[in-house]
Design a protein around this ligand. Structure first.
Ligand code: SF4
Length: 215
């Protein structure tokens, strides 16, 4: 199978079986999504979703959050990984959005990565989810799943994975392909023991082909 055929099979599979894939983070607007994505670093979406309602109730917009004190916000984030840094990042992010962006969450990657707690991955998530821009956020699931299937070759960094995926996925499908790969990695192609027996990507998967060959 050529790389082109592999991509075509995989994209067609997801389009058929997961046409409406989307983030599992619960949010109502770009401000809430940005808060949730910052909190989700090294933390499950489920845990983030348990935490954000209280944050959004107390800080309904970026202006309210920009006035929060560390001591007020920290207790709401305590149950999440790296609460100290995340508390500082959220307040710093809100202050910068108010000061430099007129209270609007920026809509471009170069602007977003100026904000505390926002790296390339987070900026790619925000711009692709909110604005459907063709930006591919590569987290641990996207990195692993892409390599196993054979969508990427010898990628050793998230950036290499991102660039290889962008080169091969049609622009208009990039924003949803991000969710396809994440969800596949979260529920089927899991890290320790991928559930190949129940995976519809077997005919196109390099990892599975090697598994069969070895047995
Ligand atoms: S066949 Fe196995 S390794 Fe390949 S994508 Fe499916 S679960 Fe992952």
């Amino acid at each position: 199978m050529t790389k082109k055929e592999r991509y075509a099979f995989v994209l067609n599979y997801f389009e058929t079986y997961a046409p409406n894939a989307e983030t599992e983070l619960i949010y109502d607007n770009p401000y809430q999504l940005l808060v949730a994505v910052i909190l989700s670093a090294q933390c499950t979406d489920k845990r983030v979703n348990m935490t954000t309602p209280a944050i959004f109730a107390q800080y309904p917009d970026v202006y309210a959050l920009s006035k929060a004190t560390f001591d007020d916000l920290f207790p709401l984030i305590r149950s999440i990984s790296y609460p100290n840094n995340k508390t500082k990042h959220l307040i710093g992010m809100a202050q910068l959005v108010v000061e430099e962006f007129n209270g609007e969450i920026p809509a471009t990657v170069p602007e977003l990565i100026k904000l505390p707690g926002v790296g390339r991955k987070t900026a790619n998530v925000i711009t692709s989810v909110v604005h459907h821009q063709p930006n591919m956020a590569v987290d641990t699931h996207v990195f692993r799943v892409s390599a196993r299937i054979g969508l990427t070759t010898n990628a050793t960094t998230p950036l290499q994975t991102e660039l290889q995926l962008l080169k091969n996925i049609p622009t208009e499908k990039v924003h949803i392909a991000h969710h396809w790969l994440i969800l596949h990695g979260r529920y089927t192609c899991v890290a320790r023991s991928p559930k190949c027996g129940e995976c519809g990507l077997r005919p196109a998967c390099k990892y599975y082909a090697q598994l069969i060959k070895a047995n």
